[in-house]
Design a protein around this ligand. Structure first.
Ligand SMILES: N[C@@H](CCC(=O)N[C@@H](CS)C(=O)NCC(=O)O)C(=O)O
Length: 190
């Protein structure tokens, strides 16, 4: 398996996931300055020309959410995903998709002081935090004691916020981010 990677990119999310899964993989460093992510060969892997991308034999994946779902299913022994017929599966899939479709853009609006337009499909930052607090409950993870790929995807958004100096100022969510950052294989803040 090859992870197309740059440490200054969201590819650290896919790397975190691969490390939690105990996967063996090769890192292929992509130089943004040389525009290697826009080279024709790379665009055959990710047509958007962005990192991360993962190649596993004939399978090619782009978008962190897709990579995390794939890796969790490929390494069932790591127990990072509810099984297909498990009652938790629906909520798990929803949270992984929610991380990039709602949490990330809502947080980006907040960080860039951009007004949130509900017509674009996500809610305001405070409403998003309300939803996340409800989903986390008493934790410690989104599925209680069980750490899953949903924590990698949801949690990485908050870890990025931390990297840019931000906290949620919601004690339960901030304690959740502290827990994720303390994981031995967790994201390292630059
Ligand atoms: N939603 C995508 C975002 C990917 C993304 O925006 N990657 C950035 C780095 S953080 C990138 O490759 N940018 C280079 C470019 O657009 O030229 C994911 O999570 O995989």
């Amino acid at each position: 398996m090859k992870l197309y990677f740059n440490p200054q990119s969201r590819a650290v999310i896919a790397k975190w996931m691969l490390d939690e899964a105990g996967a063996e993989y090769e890192l292929v460093l992509i130089d943004f300055e040389k525009k290697e992510n826009k080279a024709p060969d790379f665009l055959k892997i990710n047509p958007a020309g962005k990192l991360p991308a993962l190649v596993d034999g004939p399978a090619r994946l782009f978008e962190n959410a897709a990579i995390c779902l794939y890796v969790a299913d490929k390494y069932p022994q790591a127990k990072l995903a509810p099984k297909l017929d498990a009652p938790e599966r629906g909520r798990y899939l929803s949270l992984v998709v929610y991380s990039t479709s709602q949490l990330e853009p809502s947080m980006a609006d907040h960080m860039t002081k951009t007004p949130t337009l509900p017509a674009r499909g996500w809610t305001s930052y405070p409403e998003t935090l309300d939803a996340m607090e409800r989903e986390l409950g008493d934790g410690p993870y989104l599925f209680g004691d069980w750490f899953t790929a949903a924590d990698v995807m949801i949690g990485s958004m908050f870890c990025y916020q931390r990297m840019f100096g931000g906290k949620t100022d919601r004690p339960k969510l901030d304690a959740y981010v502290d827990r994720l950052l303390a994981r031995p294989k967790g994201m390292k803040l630059r």
